[in-house]
Design a protein around this ligand. Structure first.
Ligand SMILES: [Zn+2]
Ligand SMILES: [Zn+2]
Length: 134
């Protein structure tokens, strides 16, 4: 992977930790996970997270104050992403639904509003959790 090759050691450690997690992680949870790798300071994690976010490889879920690895291959191309957050198991499903993007673009056009960045956070129950227990 050419993208991963250009990452610093700390950045790849942080990205791998997030990619391996089923749920979003706070900066402190990431730090805890990486202590065995020699990371000690929160700043090391924050710096890596900042760079990874700039590259669109990691997203911050504002409402949870936690981070996820990007789950969408074309993320860098779109300014609008949405996260479906399960209230029960905590999994986050990232998606960029064209209809949503279209709708938002239309609204912005009508209101002469320039969207720079949009992240929609939807709370609910995922399909796994809403399935009746067997
Ligand atoms: Zn993404
Ligand atoms: Zn769930």
């Amino acid at each position: 992977m050419t993208v991963a090759a250009a990452l610093t050691k700390n950045q790849s450690l942080v990205l791998d930790t997030l990619a391996a997690s089923q749920t979003p992680l706070s900066a402190y949870a990431i730090l805890d996970a990486l202590r065995p790798e020699g990371l000690r300071a929160p700043l090391q994690v924050y710096r890596a997270l900042e760079k990874l976010q700039e590259r669109g490889l990691v997203h911050r879920i504002e409402s949870l104050n936690a981070f996820v690895a990007c789950g969408h291959p074309h993320c860098q191309e779109t300014e609008m992403i949405a996260f479906a957050i399960c209230e029960r198991c905590g999994t986050v499903d990232e998606f960029a639904e064209e209809k949503v993007v279209e709708g938002l673009s239309l609204w912005a056009e009508r209101h002469a509003f320039t969207i720079q960045k949009a992240a929609i956070e939807i709370r609910g129950i995922c399909s796994d959790c809403s399935r009746p227990a067997a």
